[in-house]
Design a protein around this ligand. Structure first.
Ligand SMILES: *[C@@H]1O[C@H](CO)[C@@H](O)[C@H](O)[C@H]1NC(C)=O
Length: 530
């Protein structure tokens, strides 16, 4: 058995080494929670192709499952870790998502989120210091000669490690807070007239007042949020590199940005050649359900089922909210599978079952599935797009308002607000997406767009990581805007110069006219005298 496994892995290695030229070494700077579920798919695909994949992490992660056997290697970094503080932060985030954010307008919720992340900076810094100031570790990493680093910039410092090790790096990202990183560091063009600022729930079709709001938010996000966060890191990065620099400047050296969306989700917008949209790379066909679950699903008959999950982070709700939701669910003819870890609601109907964990992708891909109630996390949205399932969105925090706004604009989702909704609101939203056929039709349309691509998103992500390994970067895709200052990038210096020229011409012509008028006037007078 062992020798068969060994032989097959040797075969695989040879396959890759023959197929892609060589087997490289990949170092990964991940972000915990749902981001990990996403990047892990790329890492496993790389490992399967024979590359050596090493993940830099610490023993106290939540979803980064270094304890499970896998083809990935984990370089564990000892961090002086305060468990109590981490639990406090987690509780704070749950509170932000469930009690604070749904009460605020989306842009205020972005500011709150940014504050929350600023509060995590000390922890991020601690981890960063444990890596870059451990000379034994840095020497070991240096001597391994990595070909590429894969970085999730939501956890800062990966780009700093890449810079110190002089390894080219690829970024994977859904969206940064307010879209600041990709816009300001990645130079992703974002004309505010038709590209909505991310995370505030606007679409590409804006009224005049919405465009005013969009332009103003762009300024607020650029200067306000960026300042708080980036100021903290400016000092740290400058000290680590021994020259004045910023997080943005370091991040801007990325060879490729892998953005976790695609045109099934995004509104059409300008982008750059080193930005690749690979949304839905984790999606796969559904597998059969566990037996007990399949029986429950089959018992729904013609009516089908509804899948309900608020994601990998939120698994509890205030009691009265859970009761309200359960009583709405009890009134639909469908069977409901609800991922929920809280106390069983008193109003739970006979048609609803609660699970600690659900095989979400397999359920969404089940032919009996009629609707998906979701908080609007990107991974779940993409599974619903992949399988063509209409959604009821209950956005809480992060990019969720935006994700649901996109799905609403594409006619695939109805939104309810966790804070203000009544049982009747949820019921009516569910009935709309299940009974109005346009929702299913639009969902199937997105699904067809998603499946009809020249190259699968995962293959494209793997291709670009390997491309960077083969060519030691992708500098030929790097736009020269990175070498300009912001006023040069917006041609403000040119506009200023041209305005000055026009002003000079106007002044010159006016002066001349005045002069000739005087001359003419004088000669006229002279002539009269003669
Ligand atoms: C530095 O890294 C090495 C190698 O990973 C590790 O054995 C050592 O404990 C680390 N030192 C400190 C002070 O954390």
């Amino acid at each position: 058995m062992v020798s068969v496994k060994w032989a097959s892995s040797v075969l695989l290695l040879q396959l890759c080494c023959a197929g892609c030229g060589f087997c490289g070494k990949v170092l990964v700077w991940p972000c915990d929670m749902s981001h990990w579920l996403n990047i892990k798919v790329i890492l496993e695909a790389l490992a399967e192709r024979g590359h050596e994949v090493t993940v830099l992490t610490h023993p106290h992660t939540l979803l980064i499952d270094h304890w499970n056997p896998s083809a990935l290697k984990f370089e564990m970094v000892d961090v002086p870790f305060d468990k109590e503080n981490a639990e406090k932060k987690n509780a704070e985030f749950q509170n932000l998502a469930l009690n604070v954010s749904p009460l605020l307008s989306p842009w205020k919720s972005v500011i709150k989120l940014s504050d929350f992340f600023s509060g995590l900076n000390d922890d991020f810094k601690l981890f960063c210091e444990s890596v870059i100031y451990n000379q034994t570790l840095m020497k070991k990493l240096q001597e391994t000669n990595y070909d590429v680093m894969l970085i999730d910039p939501v956890t800062p410092c990966g780009e700093l490690v890449a810079e110190l090790l002089a390894v080219p790096f690829v970024i994977t990202l859904r969206v940064s807070i307010g879209g600041n990183m990709e816009r300001n560091c990645g130079k992703l063009p974002s004309p505010p007239s038709y590209v909505p600022v991310t995370m505030v729930g606007l679409t590409d079709k804006m009224t005049f007042l919405e465009r005013v709001k969009n332009a103003m938010l762009l300024v607020v996000f650029n200067f306000w949020i960026q300042d708080g966060d980036f100021h903290f890191w400016r000092q740290f990065y400058s000290e680590a590199l021994g020259r004045p620099t910023t997080l943005c400047e370091t991040l801007a050296k990325a060879e490729i940005w892998l953005i976790q969306t695609y045109w099934d989700f995004e509104f059409p917008r300008p982008y750059l050649p080193n930005i690749e949209f690979v949304g839905g790379l984790h999606c796969k066909p559904a597998k059969p359900l566990p037996k007990e679950m399949e029986e429950f699903v089959q018992s729904s008959g013609e009516d089908g089922i509804v899948v309900f999950s608020l994601g990998s982070v939120i698994d509890n709700l205030p009691e009265e909210k859970a009761d309200l939701i359960a009583s709405a669910l009890a009134q639909i003819p469908q069977k409901v599978l609800w991922k929920f870890k809280g106390k069983k609601p008193a109003t739970l109907g006979a048609n609803t079952r609660i699970y600690d964990w659900i095989p979400q992708n397999d359920l969404l891909g089940h032919p009996k599935t009629k609707a998906f109630i979701t908080h609007g996390g990107m991974n779940g949205i993409y599974e619903a797009i992949y399988h063509g399932v209409p959604m009821v969105g209950v956005p809480l925090v992060n990019d969720q308002h935006d994700n649901i706004a996109h799905m609403k604009a594409k006619g695939v989702a109805v939104e309810v607000n966790l804070h203000t909704m009544t049982s009747a609101d949820l019921l009516s939203a569910l009935r709309t997406v299940i009974n109005d056929p346009s929702y299913k039709e639009n969902a199937m349309k997105l699904s067809r767009i998603h499946h009809d691509q020249p190259m699968k998103p995962l293959d494209r992500a793997v291709f670009w990581v390997e491309f960077v390994m083969r060519h030691k970067g992708a500098k030929h895709l790097r736009p020269a805007v990175h070498d300009l200052s912001w006023f040069q990038a917006h041609s403000l210096d040119v506009i200023g110069f041209l305005l000055a020229c026009v002003a000079a011409v106007i002044i010159f012509v006016t002066k001349c006219l005045l002069f000739y008028c005087q001359q003419f006037g004088n000669t006229g007078k002279k002539k009269k005298k003669e």
